[in-house]
Design a protein around this ligand. Structure first.
Ligand code: PHB
Length: 360
């Protein structure tokens, strides 16, 4: 396929991306031993450096923010040093990489928390979901509601994590505001019944996400800050009675901050795109910088949506796992390899760095 502007450079903040194909964040659970990404992670990401932008797997900003076994962190020096190998390897191949900053909130398990503490949440409402812990899937633990005076500490953990990401060599960060994790739990009223300044109205439920975005943008620059949202995804047991008003308001706030992009999971995460009615065009219209579209895109849908001006960049998740050269395969309309679900979470090189490029 020639002349498809999906494969043309795009200016994102101060960066020039080689193309409009983004590698979406993908949890791979291979950072044992201090939650430090290792040499295999550097190889894995470098193999995928032909993406216009890589967004790293979700990375906890604190131990409290961890919800799954062996996911990497960005709060210790060893983690910063581990990530430096990843960013050097990606940059060595001419790629660009943002780190996704993650606090899971209630989607955690006491066995992952300091001294077996309860996971934290906007409200003490247990999520109907499971996590991967102790080498298997288990129900998440009963959470406790965060005290009002703990919230500045969470914002500060995001801020410090963003500074750490920059010192690890990342080109920017993506704040994980999606998929039923902490910031999404605050935004949606199925998980947030607080009666203080962080619950109740649309404005109050948006407050934490916008405070985090403001702190991160102040710390590392709005041009290096993106935010991922999933307005109607029921992932991890969240629900909202007013997603359009809620996310219109959040995107207005993000536009005012001038962040580089919003990354929008359209529909149910990893599921149907039309799971619930929602006007994604409204978010696009409200936001002056880049719109990254995600969820179930293939070459045909991405090309059509780009032509219709619905998005600037397109994030592909699962296809990147088994196709390290996904950009080339899309460009040449080559067949895509299928991933092996057994090696998605945890383990070593098998199903991680051993998927070949075509002819490689
Ligand atoms: C997962 O580990 O399954 C996971 C993590 C982060 C997401 C979605 C899924 O945003």
């Amino acid at each position: 396929m020639t002349g498809n502007s999906l494969f043309e450079p795009f200016k994102l903040g101060e960066l020039t991306l080689a193309n409009r194909v983004v590698m979406a964040p993908l949890t791979r659970n291979r950072a044992g031993n201090g939650f430090v990404p290792g040499d295999l992670a550097a190889e894995y990401y470098a193999q995928r450096a032909s993406a216009g932008l890589i967004v790293s797997e979700a990375t906890q900003i604190s131990q409290q923010g961890q919800g799954y076994q062996d996911t990497p962190g960005i709060y210790s020096q060893a983690q910063i040093d581990g990530w430096r190998k990843v960013t050097d390897a990606v940059h060595g191949k001419g790629g660009r990489i943002f780190l996704q900053l993650w606090h899971v909130g209630r989607v955690s398990h006491v066995d992952l928390q300091e001294n077996g503490a309860a996971p934290v949440a906007p409200s003490a409402i247990r999520a109907e979901t499971q996590t991967f812990v102790n080498n298997g899937f288990a129900d998440v633990s009963e959470p406790r509601a965060l005290e009002l005076n703990e919230i500045p500490g969470i914002v500060n953990d995001f801020r410090k994590a963003a500074a750490n990401a920059v010192s690890a060599g990342f080109d920017g960060v993506e704040i994980h505001g999606a998929n039923g994790y902490l910031l999404d739990q605050f935004a949606k009223d199925g998980s947030n019944v607080r009666t203080d300044a962080y619950g109740g109205s649309v404005e109050n439920r948006s407050r934490l996400m916008l405070e985090v975005a403001a702190a991160v943008a102040e710390e590392i620059g709005a041009g290096r800050t993106g935010v991922r949202i999933s307005p109607v995804s029921p992932f991890n047991g969240v629900s909202s009675s007013d997603p359009q008003a809620q996310f219109d308001h959040i995107v207005d706030g993000l536009d005012a901050l001038g962040v580089a992009y919003i990354h929008v999971v359209e529909g149910a995460t990893g599921g149907p795109r039309d799971a619930a009615p929602f006007d994604f065009g409204s978010l696009r219209k409200r936001f002056r910088n880049a719109y990254i579209a995600n969820n179930g895109y293939d070459l045909e849908l991405a090309t059509r949506s780009l032509g219709e001006g619905k998005a600037d960049l397109f994030a592909f998740g699962r296809p990147f796992i088994a196709n390290p050269d996904l950009v080339d395969r899309l460009k040449t309309n080559a067949p895509l390899a299928h991933l092996n679900p057994a090696t998605l979470y945890g383990g070593g090189a098998a199903g991680y760095t051993d998927y070949p490029a075509i002819g490689g």
